[in-house]
Design a protein around this ligand. Structure first.
Ligand SMILES: *Cc1c(COP(=O)(O)O)cnc(C)c1O
Length: 562
């Protein structure tokens, strides 16, 4: 086993959430899964990254459904069972309090064992020297109030940077995955002697810019982390001069995205369309586009992995080789998919409505964060029309997703889905899978026949679950937003809902029903060869491109290496 040498020059990748493995609940959704896939691809390709995140000892939350409603429980985990406690401790001042920050090292192993693992630091304030409330600062991912969030962001940005220094790392670039870690730029300014007063500030800002890379993930103003200036001044009293805070962020509220934009020399959005949207949201910044990707091996079902291993050796190291998927005999792809579908249906046994699922029936999957803009109800706009479609060509639906505990609209979507499932029970089986997480996502994206995505454009920055489906030969039916603007080839890799630029929900629902009824279900029912061709084209054209090996190679050559 190769060992990690922390003093080797590295890129530090800061993220509030990183999905490391099953059983470590340090992520809430797409952002964390992306960060985890970034680590896994870095390990496979020997890219010297070091991840920095919070230990989130109580996880995000565990979702159960009771009486049709979401309930939330903490999901405690023990870092000692998965990671090494590091001896280093660093001190940060938060609102005048002394808070000690410790760290655990988790090593992301490569699947080929050619390169040393990629270390990830899990910052932890649960130390005996801290006051009881400070010991809980790294407990709840996205939990607590605004002040708790800000304090977590101080631990991540400022504590994280100090920890890297205490460990003797040599960091060439700091990559801010979303604005949550942007306070690290203030600590870099301070290190350069510009924490207080204006003297030398412009030069120090230029020097910080040369070292920071920022990836924005949020296409709406309201989605960006922001705090009252007074709150930030108080939290950072004695650490950063208010004058500096106002210079680096002159907005009415202290906006972490603005801070990251101002102090990063290289900025990107996570899909072409998202970069465009971000340019109009933040005029004056040069926003590049690096479209997201997913870790190919991790997201491909075991049965299909064996087919690829046999037919396309080296696909793990070079997922681009999946362009050769068209050469795989149809039966091998369809048999592997049938196995994945069986696995999925088996895993659902015991859930409400699962007894009505049928492995032969066309299966639509929809799983994602339950929140307004994802419009989980679009498919259920017209239940009579759904029933009529199902009378001619039967289908079933599998849905899953968590709503943030304070997202009341998101929780109502979950209730509505349960109600529709009951109403449709006799005609369209709908099963809600509780507690959406890596394990659930892996089975659902691989085991359904069609991946549905219905975001309200332009709010889907990228979306990645459709990319996971594509690796498994599962085509998408999706609104043209995020990655799908790039990935959709009508009738080849899937289908578009509505026209590009169309925003009307009613028209989207019509288009969804029309395509399902007139195009998709007829091909599936009548023509095995044509459906197998769609599956293979989905792998060859989308699976071969929307993977995180490509993504990280682009970060290396465009963002890290200059
Ligand atoms: C991939 C994934 C997501 C993100 O999916 P989107 O398509 O971006 O909404 C969220 N949660 C889990 C558990 C995932 O695996």
């Amino acid at each position: 086993m190769k060992v990690v040498n922390l003093s080797r020059p590295r890129i530090a990748y800061f993220s509030m959430e990183i999905a490391l493995e099953d059983g470590i609940p340090t992520y809430s959704g797409g952002l964390g899964v992306l960060a985890g896939d970034m680590m896994r691809s870095a390990a496979d390709l020997g890219v010297p990254l070091i991840g920095v995140t919070l230990a989130s000892r109580q996880g995000y939350f565990r979702q159960a459904i009771r009486d049709g409603r979401q309930t939330e429980e903490p999901e405690p985990w023990d870092p000692a069972g998965h990671a090494q406690r590091l001896p280093a401790k660093v001190l940060v001042h938060i609102a005048g309090r002394e808070v000690w920050v410790g760290a655990w090292q988790y090593d992301v192993q490569t699947s080929c064992l050619q390169f040393p693992p990629v270390p990830v630091l899990l910052l932890d304030t649960d130390l005996p020297e801290n006051a009881p409330e400070d010991r809980r600062l790294t407990d709840h991912l996205y939990g607590g109030d605004e002040a708790y969030r800000l304090e977590q962001e101080i631990v991540l940005g400022i504590g994280g940077l100090r920890m890297l220094n205490a460990l003797g790392t040599h960091i060439q670039k700091y990559h801010l995955n979303e604005g949550h870690s942007a306070l690290l730029t203030l600590e870099l300014l301070r290190e350069l002697g510009a924490g207080f007063g204006r003297a030398g500030l412009p030069e120090a800002m230029a020097a910080v810019r040369r070292r920071c890379v920022f990836t924005t993930h949020t296409p709406v103003e309201a989605g960006h982390d922001q705090f009252p200036h007074a709150m930030v001044e108080q939290a950072l009293a004695g650490v950063v001069d208010p004058l500096v805070l106002h210079t680096v962020c002159p907005d009415v509220r202290f906006n972490l995205t603005r801070l990251a934009l101002t102090l990063s020399g290289w900025v990107n959005g996570v899909a072409d369309r998202h970069a465009q949207t971000s340019r109009s949201l933040f005029p004056g910044y040069d926003v590049h586009a690096i479209t997201n990707g997913v870790h190919a091996r991790s997201w491909t079902a075991p049965a299909l992995q064996s087919v690829f291993d046999r037919r396309i050796p080296q696909w793990c190291h070079e997922p681009e080789l999946l362009v050769r998927a068209l050469r795989i005999p149809d039966e091998e792809v369809t048999a592997a998919h049938a196995r994945a579908k069986q696995d999925l249906l088996h895993s659902l046994a015991g859930l409400a409505g699962a007894e009505r699922l049928d492995a032969q029936r066309f299966t639509i999957g929809f799983a994602r964060r339950m929140t307004d803009y994802k419009r989980p109800g679009l498919l259920f706009t017209d239940l009579d029309r759904l029933r009529a479609i199902a009378r001619r060509a039967p289908f079933q639906v599998i849905v899953s997703g968590k709503a943030h505990p304070r997202d009341l609209a998101g929780k109502q979507h979950i209730e509505a889905l349960q109600a529709w499932a009951r109403e449709l029970a006799g005609s369209v089986p709908v099963v809600f899978v509780p507690d959406y997480r890596l394990e659930v996502a892996r089975r659902v994206v691989a085991g359904v026949d069609l991946w549905l995505n219905t975001p309200q454009p332009p709010l889907e920055a990228s979306g990645t679950s459709g990319m996971k489906a594509a690796l498994n030969g599962v085509p998408s039916l999706s609104v043209l937003d995020g990655w799908w603007v790039e990935g959709c080839e009508e009738g080849v890799t899937g289908w578009a809902i509505g026209e590009d630029g169309e925003h009307d929900a009613h028209r989207h629902a019509e288009s969804l029903y029309d395509k399902l009824e007139r195009v998709i279900l007829p091909v599936f029912a009548a023509d095995h060869g044509a459906w197998a061709a769609i599956m293979k084209a989905t792998i060859a054209r989308n699976g071969s491109y929307f993977h995180s090996h490509r993504m990280i190679r682009r970060y290396v050559s465009e963002a890290y290496w200059n």
